[in-house]
Design a protein around this ligand. Structure first.
Ligand SMILES: O=C(O)CCC(=O)C(=O)O
Ligand SMILES: [Fe+2]
Length: 474
């Protein structure tokens, strides 16, 4: 991987795979930018992400305590070294892959894996240790592990330009006063209680809704993460606190593919081992490149970009996921690939994704005066109108189960019904057919168009200026 081409310098096509700049070239004081400077930085980053280009911001030290890969830092940050952590264990992972091969199929043999019914079974690739012991084992040759997505109890390190792109959080804030839950059965005690409470805003959230925003990777030296795209169709940021990561990004070629099925297949093939991909399927790879991430670097990935990662020394990194209106075409694409091949293309389930996406739609009336490109809007519309199709495969992954008539599910269903009203209002006003098959052909079949491109047409959101929800009764 380390020998892969440099992602920051142009290849034969004259384009660098990753767009990079030093934050100090755009801000007099990178920690305290003026509103004008911060809006220019965010606009520049979003413009690149929206065409599927990863961005590397250099010269930005994470604010807050400068945690290291050692016991005192981790005790301060995570507040206990006794708490158990569940980590990916490289040896167990190899054993698991070998057992699949012995059983007659491998990760590239989808039909066998699918028909085995095993696609959602959590692989036995995890180990569990108290955090302190996991830290100590970084110097042991017996265990090589990666503690992934351990949610950050301290958000002081979040870069301001990431906070500004957490549009799913902005949307949740704008929707905080609406009680959109479907009512429970009339005449019941519960109904009386809920009516009397005059609840404002959502009362029940899956913890993932906020946990996905910021988390840490605590990784032993030598660990390799195989090629995947990040789960839940999210954009991802990543910063090194202590150590380094060789981050290899792989942009798959998609021109000439005429159907979604072909695109899905291509991304599934991208998960083959890197040597195999480059030997056998190199004509399916548009660009590949590696960047060495060190403290001071913030890598920001658009949804759906494939990547694999080698951590040469013990490393603490912090990152997070976010959603933006302008990136919804990439979010939709990524979720659509995972719908079919999530068991190989990605690594984590995010149970809150569709709720966050619904909230983006619900908050649109607050943005009636902002430009929104048509393709990302249509992708958002499709994810809202046909939301069942985008549910991740959570089979066997310990996902929470909710009582269908319980408040949590009534909030989800209510929000979904109201989000559809917003979407239909915009579709009607812009003369766009709102039935799902037509939307599929608008979004999934764009022959001759780059699937990463948001296009250059806009939708008119002015109909949302005085938008009011129409009551939905179950
Ligand atoms: O640090 C690593 O090994 C991989 C991180 C990553 O890509 C992820 O968590 O999705
Ligand atoms: Fe990843």
């Amino acid at each position: 991987m380390a020998a892969a081409p440099d992602a920051l310098n142009p290849d034969e096509s004259g384009e660098a795979l990753v767009f990079s700049f030093d934050i100090n070239s755009m801000c007099c004081d990178s920690m305290y930018p003026t509103p004008d400077e911060s809006s220019k930085v965010v606009a520049r980053v979003k413009e690149k992400l929206a065409i599927g280009v990863p961005v590397l911001i250099r010269g930005f030290k994470l604010p807050g305590p400068q945690y290291k890969f050692d016991r005192p830092s981790m005790e301060q940050y995570k507040s206990s070294l006794h708490n158990p952590v569940v980590f990916q264990d490289a040896a167990k992972r190899s054993k698991y892959v070998r057992s699949l091969k012995d059983a007659g199929y491998n990760s590239s043999d989808d039909e066998a894996a699918e028909s085995s019914g095993d696609e959602g079974t959590p692989p036995k690739i995890y180990g569990e240790l108290p955090l302190g012991e996991f830290i100590d084992k970084a110097t042991s040759t017996r265990i090589c592990g990666n503690l992934l997505d351990s949610y950050a109890p301290d958000h002081s390190g979040m870069p301001w330009f990431i906070g500004l792109m957490n549009e799913q959080n902005h949307a949740m804030f704008q929707n905080r006063l609406y009680n959109l839950a479907l009512p429970c059965k009339a005449g019941t005690k519960r109904r009386k209680l809920e009516d009397a409470a005059e609840l404002a805003g959502p009362q029940l959230m899956h913890p993932d809704t906020y946990q996905l925003v910021m988390w840490d990777l605590i990784t032993h030296g030598g660990f390799v993460s195989h090629t995947h795209h990040d789960a839940g169709g999210a954009a991802t940021w990543m910063a090194i606190r202590d150590g380094a990561k060789f981050w290899t990004l792989i942009k798959m070629k998609t021109d000439g593919l005429v159907s979604r099925e072909q695109v899905q297949q291509r991304f599934k093939r991208a998960t083959k081992s890197l040597p195999k991909l480059l030997e056998k399927y190199h004509d399916e790879v548009e660009q590949i490149g590696t960047v060495c991430l060190v403290p001071g670097d913030i890598l920001i990935q658009p949804p759906n970009i494939m990547h694999c990662v080698y951590t040469p020394v013990k490393t603490v990194a912090t990152g997070g996921h976010f959603y933006c209106y302008d990136l919804c075409h990439l979010t939709e694409l990524s979720l659509d690939i995972d719908r079919k091949y999530g068991h190989v293309t990605t690594n984590q389930a995010h149970p809150s994704v569709l709720r966050l996406i619904g909230n983006l739609a619900l908050a649109l009336p607050n943005r009636w005066d902002k430009p929104l490109r048509k393709i990302p809007f249509l992708a958002l519309a499709l994810m809202v109108l046909d939301s069942n199709k985008y549910e991740g495969n959570s089979k066997g992954q310990g996902s929470a189960q909710y009582y269908p008539q319980g408040r949590y599910m009534r909030e989800i269903k209510g929000e979904s019904a109201y989000a559809k009203q917003v979407i239909n209002c915009v579709l009607d006003f812009n003369g766009i057919p709102g039935d799902v098959p037509s939307m599929h052909s608008l979004i999934h079949k764009r022959p001759g168009k780059d699937i990463n491109s948001p296009g250059d047409e806009y939708v008119d959101l002015s109909c949302l200026k005085s938008f009011e929800f129409v009551s939905v009764v179950q």
